[in-house]
Design a protein around this ligand. Structure first.
Ligand code: MTE
Ligand code: HPA
Ligand code: MOS
Length: 808
């Protein structure tokens, strides 16, 4: 037991009603307390960046966007824009005093395009006007040929085209273990194919927005809707050629980030700050939805090639997988995304001999970026598709092939990247879910239904998740917090994480309240602010509460220890024995209210505030060999989904979903269940309805909800059974909880696989996997139905060759 554990406050771990029973007494760990801003969210009082009361003199910015996917800028004549009604200024790259770059890793992301445009939608100039409306009208003049003259250059738009041209934003990643080629060649069965999955727009409800306020002595306060205030501070400082201490970035909350505000809030923060610095007036830049779609990157879409050799039980003996990700025009976070994809190909399965290549294809499209799962979903999906194909070739239930391939416990437990899986609970978790979802009985019932139903076909599928937790760049796994106890015993917490709806602030407040034995109402969490905690990491990789919860706990523990020592001086006994509970501190048979002890501490000149710092233990990574221990631990889950498809129209419906997810010992089950439900529905949107489509010129045509369909509440299945798996983290994380933000996004693989299962039911006994691409839109479903029919008719059953792609 380490010092941390010995010091954990008494935990009143209550069995909470997972959907709501609300208790607000002290030591509120493991209790379904409502989100700290729930009342504000529903009443509309919650302040988002655009709601901040505007200062007098505030101006509004809008961006003029490129009309070509790839072109040289021949000339710009911005007079018409300058002369448009309400326009105060028009800024270009030439107005940037420092570095014209807002890239998070490489310096390949211009804030405003200078000589060349690299995608259609790239900001070329910024208009500052008296209102948003006037700024946007003037910016729309960018559509005119007379304003910016271009010499169009050849554009590469797809991952396939970039791969053929060997155009990459970063060198290929290659991980190899064992002798996959020999194992595949010697295997009793083989399968090869291709597959493709689309990208996904983050579609945060609150779009990208920044409000920059100039301060005295070259200071700048930037309110930004961002997952990464420290990086916004840094890029703004670089852009203005200022030291970082001149810039403060603040974010109270986001209306969703989903990865889309991990790096790509930067362009908006920079343009607002540039305008504010040039004009010495507060400037707000709020992208409208269409511009947000056109400017910012999305989840990386991918094309895959794979080959596997396997035995009669469907156990994979050797596999080769190539993932070509569409990175877009710049590197952004693609290197880390591709690395996470490589490290999630295995998902829950042991791959003894494997070759994995990931390509970051350079295309003249938006620069793809973080999106919930961060490449993990793109990695794991191909494994699930491959196992589905293997099962169909062997005429086995895909469930059994999955189980046959699971990581073992104490054997068959090393990942391709060399980390042992030491906390494997996937087998018992699967047993619980198969039982509660009645999988085997329903499998038989569905077969009977399909036998008697020529048009409507049902499908059922199970899929597991194993997701690695930690930033896969080790140094990012650090966090800080600042806790103040005021003289009246009220507590203020600041930490480096950001609130985007996921409930981070609620969990951190619970942790701090627990340290002091106070009700949650006595703890207030403030806006994230770079002047309070310096050099923070993005709130990302699902690590928000793991990192900031621990940092805040450490800060609170320092104060608590000081208070305990004072209590021991005043009441006798040993400081280690002090109990903080129900708003009272007790020791040596005596007791006093928390605020009384705090008051005494102030008079005794005891420091009542403290910082706290945390670094994740154990993580290391060798980026050259792609091996190491990138994850502190793994989070697990599994899902069973049942769908019905209409084979005439390609329409489908999710009838029932059963999810079982491992959040360790949940700090707040209601919040964690919300994350599981939301992640599942969001991932289902990615794999079914959300389709990004660029035309031949590289223009994204699906840039608004009219043409881009995210799931609605009506897409929730009528039967939706969501449970947390009773588990405790083997690692000493904050209250033995586990990160929960991203892993559930992989649970709806089961929905996609259930649709494949329903398609497969149209050709009973077919050994071909339905060649269904993702997203499984009605068109994709109809294509797969057709292709399955013709493949089954034309090819001898003994020689199955699957191709999962339908050429488009
Ligand atoms: N939940 C909500 N409501 N809104 C969000 O933007 N982002 C997801 C996930 N859940 C998100 C969310 C992503 S991409 C991540 S990495 C985590 O939350 C980040 O928060 P955490 O680390 O505190 O879980
Ligand atoms: N997730 C999110 N952001 C990141 C990661 C990650 O694993 N690594 C580096 N940035
Ligand atoms: Mo989440 S994609 O790590 O912001």
């Amino acid at each position: 037991m380490n010092r941390t554990d010995a010091f954990v406050a008494p935990v009143a771990r209550k069995h909470a009603d997972q959907h709501g029973a609300v208790e607000n007494d002290d030591a509120a760990i493991g209790v379904s307390l409502p989100h700290e801003s729930a009342a504000l969210h529903v009443s509309g009082e919650a302040t988002y960046t655009d709601d901040i009361a505007e200062l007098q003199g505030t101006l509004y910015a809008a961006l003029g966007l490129s009309r070509h996917a790839h072109a040289r800028i021949v000339s710009m004549d911005l007079d018409a824009v300058r002369n448009a009604p309400g326009v105060i200024a028009v800024l270009t790259a030439d107005d940037i005093p420092g570095e014209n770059n807002c890239g998070p890793v490489l310096h390949d992301d211009p804030i405003l395009a200078a000589d060349e445009v690299l995608y259609l939608g790239q900001p070329v100039f910024a208009v500052i006007a008296e209102s948003h409306e006037l700024a946007r009208r003037a910016a729309a003049l960018a559509k005119s040929d007379d304003v910016v003259r271009y010499e169009p250059l050849e554009a590469i738009l797809t991952a396939a085209a970039a791969k053929a041209a060997r155009q990459f934003v970063l060198p290929p990643l290659h991980l190899r273990r064992g002798e996959p080629d020999a194992k595949i060649a010697a295997a009793p069965h083989r399968l090869s194919g291709t597959f493709e999955v689309g990208g996904q727009e983050q579609f945060y409800l609150e779009g990208q927005v920044a409000y920059a306020v100039p301060k005295e002595m070259d200071g700048m306060l930037v309110y930004s809707s961002t997952q990464h205030p420290s990086e916004m501070q840094q890029v703004v400082a670089h852009m203005l050629d200022w030291p970082a201490h001149n810039v403060v970035c603040e974010c109270r909350r986001m209306g969703g980030g989903f990865g889309g505000k991990e790096s790509q809030s930067a362009l908006f923060a920079c343009v607002a700050a540039l305008a504010a610095q040039r004009l010495r007036r507060p400037v707000k830049l709020r992208a409208d939805r269409d511009d947000d779609f056109m400017i910012t990157g999305k989840r990386h879409d991918a094309i895959y090639e794979y080959e596997a050799g396997f035995d009669d039980a469907g156990r994979v003996l050797g596999a080769r997988i190539e993932i070509a990700l569409r990175a877009g025009y710049s590197a952004d976070l693609s290197g880390a995304v591709a690395t996470r994809a490589v490290c999630h190909v295995d998902n829950a399965y042991y791959l003894s001999d494997v070759d994995i290549v990931a390509l970051c294809c350079k295309t003249h499209t938006q620069s793809n970026t973080a999106f919930r799962g961060f490449g993990g979903p793109q990695g794991a999906l191909i494994m699930e598709v491959m196992l589905d194909g293997i099962a169909r070739q062997l005429q086995l239930d895909p469930l059994d092939v999955r189980i046959a391939n699971y990581y073992g416990v104490g054997e068959r437990d090393t990942t391709p990247y060399g980390q042992r899986v030491e906390d494997n609970i996937i087998a018992p978790l699967t047993d619980v879910l198969l039982d509660s979802s009645d999988y085997r009985t329903r499998r038989a019932a569905i077969a009977a239904f399909n036998a008697g139903s020529p048009v409507l076909k049902r499908g059922l599928a199970f899929s597991p998740v194993k997701f690695g937790i930690s930033f896969n760049v080790p140094f990012l796994n650090q966090a800080g917090a600042l806790v103040h106890v005021y003289k009246d015993g009220s507590v203020l917490v600041n930490h480096g994480g950001t609130e985007m709806g996921q409930g981070l602030n609620t969990k951190v407040a619970q942790v701090v309240a627990n340290q002091f034995g106070l009700p949650l109402s006595r703890v207030r969490v403030t806006a994230t602010d770079t002047s309070k905690v310096a050099n923070t990491s993005a709130t990302a990789a699902s690590t928000g509460s793991d990192l900031n919860g621990k940092a805040a706990e450490a800060a609170a523990r320092t104060i608590r220890t000081r208070l305990a020592e004072l209590a021991a001086q005043q009441l006798g006994g040993h400081a280690d024995d002090a109990q903080f509970a129900h708003g009272v501190v007790s020791i040596n048979g005596g007791a006093m209210p928390f605020e009384q002890l705090v008051g005494a501490a102030y008079l005794a000149r005891v420091q009542l505030w403290s910082d706290g710092f945390y670094t994740t233990p154990k993580v290391h990574w060798d980026a050259k060999t792609l091996t190491g221990h990138p994850f502190y631990y793994f989070a697990y889950g599994a899902a069973v989904s049942e769908v019905v498809i209409d084979t005439l129209t390609g329409e489908w419906k999710l009838l029932r979903a059963d999810l079982l997810h491992d959040a360790g010992q949940s700090i707040n089950p209601a919040i964690d269940i919300g994350q599981v439900e939301g992640g599942f529905i969001q991932g289902m949107g990615w794999l079914t309805t959300e389709e990004l489509w660029w035309n031949r010129d590289g223009r994204l045509m699906t840039h608004a909800p009219s043409t881009y369909k995210i799931p609605a509440v009506s897409d929730t299945p009528a039967a939706f059974h969501v449970q947390l798996y009773q588990n405790s983290n083997v690692e000493p994380t904050v209250f033995r909880s586990k990160a929960v933000g991203e892993p559930p996004l992989l649970l709806p693989f089961s929905v996609f696989l259930a649709i494949r299962d329903a398609i497969a039911a149209t050709v009973p006994g077919a050994q071909h996997a339905p060649p269904l691409r993702a997203p499984a839109t009605p068109e994709a479903i109809l294509d797969a139905l057709d292709a399955l029919q013709s493949a089954s008719a034309s090819e001898p059953a003994a020689q199955p060759a699957t191709t999962d792609t339908t050429a488009r």
